[in-house]
Ligand binder design. Structure first.
Ligand SMILES: NC(=O)c1ccc[n+]([C@@H]2O[C@H](COP(=O)([O-])OP(=O)(O)OC[C@H]3O[C@@H](n4cnc5c(N)ncnc54)[C@H](O)[C@@H]3O)[C@@H](O)[C@H]2O)c1
Length: 242
């Protein structure tokens, strides 16, 4: 049995990833603020917890329980993330609480979950941490300073894990989606001019669906491309290719 822990599995990219990993035979542990959505995504034989990935004691306890229940962790998908409130724009206008919340969810969360999963992977002599960063980790998004900073940090965090744990048979890669149609972005896509503007910048000519990103995550999770670690897999329809 292969076990994957997926954070933020209750919605969007995380939800699509859970469906894909279930179809490929993984047993899932789903962690999400929304416990009902996490339970719905966990599938047969899986388990779910309602928690905040930035809450250190809650994360530590959840991973202890997951290992007691499922016995191992083969893959951790650090997917839970937020973009901040509409007020979280350019630096001098970003409320401090938005900065703290975005950084806590998008960088402290992957740190805490990886910190809890790695001892299990070290004991197994194998494992794969997949962190959902963003193309915003590679090229700055205008007017989203907290999000851009958090995804840059998440990307480099994924690379630092790759260096530090390769010797132990543990890989770490990041997936960097472009613009994906999920509840996180729906407010923007509901404004036809904004949606058209976004689409005009995507060479493939359409906004990604959550399954497009789940595809990339599930290929990484499968163990294929096993020589790849420390990589940022860009899934953006060519947006940042120019
Ligand atoms: N949608 C995009 O265009 C896009 C692009 C690039 C990267 N991403 C990244 O993909 C990931 C998933 O985004 P999405 O678009 O599917 O968003 P979404 O809002 O649809 O889903 C996010 C899920 O994470 C959960 N969550 C949020 N904060 C949490 C916390 N502190 N603890 C536990 N769970 C929490 C939410 O309850 C929700 O179920 C995020 O890291 C996001 O930054 C999204």
């Amino acid at each position: 049995m292969s076990v994957a822990v997926v954070t933020g599995g209750g919605s969007g990219i995380g939800r699509a990833t859970c469906a894909r990993l279930l179809a490929e035979g993984f047993t899932l542990a789903v962690l999400d603020m929304n416990g009902d959505a996490a339970s719905a995504a966990a599938g047969p034989g899986g388990t779910a917890r309602a928690l905040d990935v930035a809450d250190a004691p809650a994360v530590a306890q959840a991973f202890t329980e997951i290992v007691a229940e499922l016995g191992r962790i083969d893959v951790l998908v650090n997917n839970a993330g937020i973009s901040g409130s509409p007020a979280a724009t350019v630096c001098h206008e970003t409320p401090v609480e938005d900065w703290d919340r975005v950084l806590a969810t998008n960088t402290r969360g992957p740190f805490l979950c990886s910190r809890a999963a790695l001892p299990v992977m070290l004991a197994q002599g194998s494992g794969h941490v997949i962190t959902v960063a963003s193309v915003a980790g590679e090229v700055a998004f205008p007017g989203r300073c907290a999000y851009t900073a958090s995804k840059g940090a998440a990307l480099m965090f994924a690379k630092s894990l790759a260096l530090d744990y390769a010797h132990a048979g543990i890989r770490s890669n990041a997936v960097c989606p472009g613009f994906v149609r999920t509840p996180m972005t729906q407010w923007r896509l509901d404004i036809p001019e904004l949606a058209a503007q976004v689409e005009a910048n995507i060479p493939i000519g359409r906004i990604a669906e959550p399954d497009d990103v789940a595809d990339a995550i599930s290929v990484l999770a499968s163990g294929r491309m096993g020589y790849m670690t420390g990589h940022a897999l860009v899934v953006d329809g060519g947006w940042t290719a120019r």
